[in-house]
Design a protein around this ligand. Structure first.
Ligand code: EAX
Length: 323
């Protein structure tokens, strides 16, 4: 028998086995920041957990995309299946999320994680459905701190006139306007060039984000304001989630919880080591901040948020205590 016919016969014999192998479902998950970051660790842990739990019936491709608004839009229209994103731009899609962006709302990470994992957090996740999204699980960006290239910032007065990049977030823009700064909203993907070109003087982000992106290379001063607790959230496309059977939906949720744990553990580690690391990298670091002065300066904005956000939920959040 000629060689070409032997190959053709062998291929034909293999064909039924190829299609008989369990069909594999491919998912695409995009995340902000590098893979070696608290966000990348979350997305990668979700990938490895879902592939493990389903014995490879699901395969997850992770991709970096630092334009978080774009990622949420892509999940909404279904060009990607899920995203791991900060809540920065998410309030423009699901207004109820803005309540978590209020400055000085959370006492510490235990308070924030406890509220987000309680029925308060679940109620906000449930609001994603009406906006063509599925809010799967809260993860974490961390407490946001201020950096700038111009001067040490110790009091709100030191902020006056500084052009500060903010996320595309109405609550944060209002806060920095009230503090006397000049907020300039933009996607994270535009931030480093804006700092390099001097388009903005400063920005604000958790230590995890600053360290992972070497923001110290384009910023000199760091002030540990911890002015906002910044959640992240895993968001997926509703049609994709609807295709899970009950058993796979449970495995999907378990993989998301494993991602949450890995992400939060990384933030905790970054926060413990971050200040010393930023000093080692040459930043001028201010850690003793007059928080009360910043809170007093924000009084007009707090009054507005009591009117425009859900005041009862704000009170529940402030009063929340671990059992
Ligand atoms: O999600 O845009 C921001 O400043 C976010 O904190 C960052 O992308 C991490």
């Amino acid at each position: 028998m000629k060689a070409t016919r032997r190959v053709a016969l062998a291929a034909a014999l293999m064909l039924p086995f190829a299609f008989s192998a369990q069909a594999q479902t491919q998912l695409t998950v995009q995340h902000a920041l590098p893979l070696d970051s608290h966000t990348g660790v979350g997305a990668h842990t979700f990938k490895t957990a879902l592939e493990r739990l389903t014995n490879g019936r699901y395969s997850v491709t992770t991709q970096r995309n630092d334009n978080e608004r774009e990622m949420v839009e892509s999940v909404q229209i279904g060009t990607i299946d899920c995203t791991f994103t900060s809540t920065g731009p998410v309030g423009n899609f699901v207004p109820e999320v803005r309540i978590f962006d209020v400055p000085f709302l959370f006492r510490d990470a235990t308070h924030a994680r406890g509220v987000l994992d309680s029925e308060i957090g679940q109620q906000v996740l449930n609001r994603f459905n009406a906006r063509g999204l599925v809010g799967v699980v809260w993860i974490e960006n961390g407490f946001r701190n201020l950096t700038n290239s111009r001067r040490e910032v110790n009091t709100p007065a030191d902020l006056r006139g500084l052009k500060i990049r903010t996320m595309e977030n109405q609550v944060h823009i209002r806060a920095f306007t009230t503090l006397g700064a000049l907020p300039t909203p933009m996607a994270f993907s535009e931030l480093i060039p804006a700092l390099q070109q001097g388009t903005v003087d400063g920005q604000e982000n958790p230590i995890s984000v600053i360290v992972a992106n070497n923001i110290n290379q384009v910023q000199r001063y760091f002030t540990m304001t911890r002015h906002v607790y910044s959640p992240q959230v895993m968001i997926c496309n509703p049609a994709m989630v609807a295709r899970f059977n009950a058993a796979d939906r449970a495995l999907f949720q378990q993989a998301a919880r494993e991602a949450q744990t890995a992400n939060r553990n990384r933030v905790t580690a970054d926060e413990e080591a971050g200040v010393a690391e930023l000093r080692r990298r040459g930043m001028t670091v201010v850690t003793e901040v007059d928080t009360a002065a910043f809170q007093t300066a924000l009084a007009p904005a707090f009054a507005e948020w009591e009117r425009t956000l859900d005041a009862a939920t704000l009170r529940r959040i402030r009063e929340w205590r671990a059992n």
